[in-house]
Design a protein around this ligand. Structure first.
Ligand code: GDP
Ligand code: ZN
Length: 407
């Protein structure tokens, strides 16, 4: 197909050759790279054409390739083929989508680690241990008891309990991997007019939220994502927390409270030029994952402001103290998101590991060796699904749907 549009033989493998590309007439002048399978990304024969990216060039080239028997790739098709040809496991395929979507250094590092196979290898290692356990348990079925070493089944049960503990620790990481993909959520909470929207705008550096002098302006939640020292942080500006008769504003307050409950960190902001500490409606959210922020320091803070320790003084108007506040938020994000052990990065991984744990727990309760072997088989199967060793078409469709065309 490629020779048909270059009217020349293929260049040597993996060398860039200059070629003219032909349709009914000359289309463009560019570079051609040839990667014969199986030593290519997909494992199949792959040619890469580098052309001048104009739409007319692309269209004429697509027509010429179609005339030679080709068709455009589906989104994620290259990666899907690489997966089917055993070049990648499913967690690595997902990592490619994550790498393409990565916006911060933290996200990029996590995606690259997963692409290197850290998560898949962890699951494969666990699966290998399960297979070894089931081989031992099967011996208990196949051989008479006097030929078997003492305590064979008890030993399998102990190993299964140890493994279940490792799996639980893997899940019990506060959702680090998923949050690194999706962002560390910071809710900005406080009374109307405390300066929540101004603070969000100042932190994000653009007018993401409406700032208005009338209290109760921000009725719905405004979100803005930024890269804070490499960590993805999503701020949400919420409706002012106060008791109100207006049903629309009341709904906003309800949403603010709900969001506050889900946030990884809460900024409890108050107007420090008129108050010594936040209102009671805001202080409800005080706790280890909350920072008190006295705003409007440019107007002079009320004496005795914030007797509570661990607070920050800022001025959303002049920018005073914002660098320090951003640093504290980045430190909280780093503490929550940083880690060297591979973490589950998707609900799919988490569910597979949970299923595996359930079968291991069932196994520890099983009395007959036959049942025990079956539980081990199902536990191993859950991990095999996680890395895509067993094809489950709807899982694959869901995974590859996130991809863009050309990957
Ligand atoms: P929100 O209701 O908590 O979102 O408060 P806004 O951000 O809408 O701000 C309420 C009012 O306070 C607006 O008039 C802002 O201009 C003003 N404001 C906000 N932050 C500061 C600040 O640091 N200093 C001063 N002087 N005014 C501020
Ligand atoms: Zn507001």
């Amino acid at each position: 197909m490629v020779s048909a549009i270059t009217k020349k033989p293929l260049p040597p493998p993996r060398y860039a050759a200059r070629r003219r590309f032909w349709g009914p007439d000359a289309i463009d002048d560019g570079l051609l790279l040839w990667f014969p399978g199986p030593a290519s990304f997909t494992g199949e024969d792959v040619a890469e054409l580098h052309v001048h990216g104009g739409r007319a060039v692309y269209r004429a080239l697509a027509d010429a390739l179609a005339a030679a028997g080709g068709r455009p790739a589906e989104p994620g098709e290259f990666t899907r083929r690489a997966f089917h040809n055993g070049k990648l496991d499913l967690t690595q395929a997902e990592a490619i989508a994550d790498l393409v979507a990565a916006e911060t250094e933290g996200q990029r590092r996590q995606a690259l680690r997963q692409l290197d196979g850290a998560l898949g290898q962890l699951y494969e290692g666990w699966r290998a241990r399960l297979i070894a356990m089931s081989a031992r348990a099967e011996a208990a079925i196949d051989f008479p008891e006097e030929d078997l070493p003492d305590g064979l089944l008890a030993g399998v049960a102990t190993d299964a309990a140890v493994l279940a503990g490792e799996l639980r620790r893997h899940l019990d990481d506060g959702g680090r991997g998923e949050r690194l993909r999706e962002g560390f959520h910071v809710a900005i909470l406080g009374a109307p007019n405390a300066g929540k929207s101004s603070l969000l705008n100042a932190l994000v550096g653009r007018a993401a939220a409406i700032v208005h002098e009338t209290a109760g302006t921000t009725r719905d939640i405004v979100e803005a994502a930024i890269d804070l020292n490499g960590w993805p942080v999503v701020f949400s500006d919420t409706a002012g927390l106060r008791v109100t008769a207006d049903p629309v504003e009341a709904e906003g307050v309800r949403r603010a409270q709900e969001r506050a409950g889900q946030a990884d960190l809460k900024l409890l902001i108050f107007d420090g030029s008129t108050q010594a500490e936040p209102d009671a409606a805001t202080m409800v959210f005080a706790g280890p994952r909350a920072l008190l922020v006295a705003n409007k320091s440019d107007l002079g803070l009320v004496a005795g402001s914030c007797s509570i320790s661990g607070w920050v003084r800022v001025s959303a108007a002049t920018g005073e103290g914002l660098g320090g506040l951003a640093g504290q938020i980045a430190a909280a994000a780093a503490a929550a998101l940083d880690g060297s052990a591979p973490a589950p990065t998707r609900l799919r991984h988490r569910m597979a590991v949970e299923t595996c744990i359930q079968h291991l727990d069932a196994m520890c309760r099983a009395s007959l060796p036959e049942l025990l072997v079956e539980d081990l088989r199902l536990a191993a199967r859950a991990l095999a699904a996680a890395v895509g060793r067993i094809d489950i078409e709807d899982v694959l469709d869901a995974v590859f749907r996130e991809f863009c065309i050309g990957k």
